[in-house]
Write a protein that binds this ligand. Structure first.
Ligand code: UFG
Length: 328
């Protein structure tokens, strides 16, 4: 049976991969995006794209009134940890403020299920143990805090109004659509994998490795890279799992790779060296962030692109085919 979903931020990196997954299985997705970060080229021609800002309450109301919606998937957000530490109040107003207004509008329009794109930045990772969804919440950035505030709004919307929610805390989203339709194109780009690939391709200056004195196996930061298509699959599963109750999942492969290990993977996949130099630590970086994804795995989630080289390969192929991202 075809279902109908509203996807805020569906022109962005993870959101567009969810739209592809919905479309591939015959569901209808409508994208709401202000295109400040997302790309209209990431939205297929047969998917309705409504260009509006979440801060425009009248526009959001008008979209929600076009229901019924089987669920709302909420991706639209600012997502740079470093930027959030320079402009914390902007992150709280735009992410948390607009997020709460969206939750309220969904309740008023009778939306039954809400899936939030949340983040590992909710946790203060001090050790190298993998992090379960019930680990203590202690955001170290305004970005993490802004997502936590939306999670709390969803808690109360569920308690009082019965709107079910799934909070999906991604670790490091990476890779690109294995069919080559979509990829990662942030402007500016701050993420390790696309920057390392572009450095290997000679399109950017040598990569700067932020710190080599962390308490990790080679001194560089360890992250749990999870393929963006596997993340999209987790959203579909979460939609089903919400029938039983609210869902809180940490999403990662449960395997950590250091910055240097990612560079080596890019070298293996591209067949080229990754020019790089080591600099000081980047403010706000945790030494190690690795997910324990137990509840999602129990619900049947099986990441298909779990190997680091598989993730890098899809990212590499997309960047190779799109030297200027979605512009070509
Ligand atoms: N790194 C470098 N050089 C670079 C870029 C990154 O050494 O030029 C390092 C970082 O210091 C970090 C690792 O590579 O150790 C990964 O950095 P990313 O910027 O790719 O990703 P983050 O781990 O900082 O953040 C990502 C998302 C956030 C999310 C977080 C949760 O971008 O939105 O994961 O773990 F909150």
């Amino acid at each position: 049976m075809s279902r109908r979903f509203l996807v805020t931020g569906g022109a962005g990196y993870v959101g567009s991969h969810l739209v592809a997954a919905l479309r591939d299985r015959g569901d209808t997705a409508v994208v709401l995006d202000n295109l400040s970060i997302g790309h209209h080229q990431a939205v297929p021609d047969d998917v309705q794209l409504i260009e509006a800002d979440l801060g425009d309450a009248a526009a959001v109301d008008a979209v929600l009134a076009q229901g019924p919606w089987d669920a709302v998937f909420h991706f639209a957000a600012l997502s740079q940890v470093g930027e959030s530490m320079r402009e914390p109040l902007r992150y709280l107003m735009e992410n948390a403020g607009n997020g709460i207004r969206l939750v309220d509008a969904c309740v008023r329009h009778g939306v039954g299920r809400f899936v939030l794109s949340s983040t590992a930045a909710l946790f203060d990772a001090t050790g190298d143990a993998s992090i379960p969804a019930d680990a203590p919440i202690d955001p170290q950035s305004a970005y993490g805090e802004s997502k936590w505030i939306i999670e709390r709004a969803l808690h109360w919307a569920s308690q009082v109004h019965g709107m079910r929610h799934a909070c999906l805390r991604y670790f490091n989203a990476a890779g690109a659509d294995p069919q080559g339709r979509l990829g990662e194109d942030h402007r500016p780009e701050t993420h390790l994998m696309p920057l390392a690939i572009d450095a290997a391709l000679g399109r950017r200056p040598p990569l700067t490795v932020f710190g080599s004195d962390y308490p990790t196996r080679d001194g560089t930061c360890v992250r749990d890279y999870i393929h963006v298509t596997d993340l999209a699959a987790a959203h579909l599963l979460a939609f089903d799992a919400m029938v039983e109750g609210d869902v809180y999942w940490n999403l990662g492969n449960g395997a950590g790779y250091s910055v240097m290990e990612v560079l080596l993977a890019v070298e293996r996949v591209s067949g080229r060296p990754v020019p790089h130099r080591v600099s000081e630590r980047r403010s706000g970086d945790a030494a190690s962030l690795v997910a324990s994804a137990e509840p999602a795995l129990k619900a049947g989630w099986q990441p298909k692109y779990a190997g680091l080289d598989d993730i890098v390969r899809t990212a590499f192929l997309w960047r190779q085919a799109h030297p200027t991202g979605y512009d070509n």
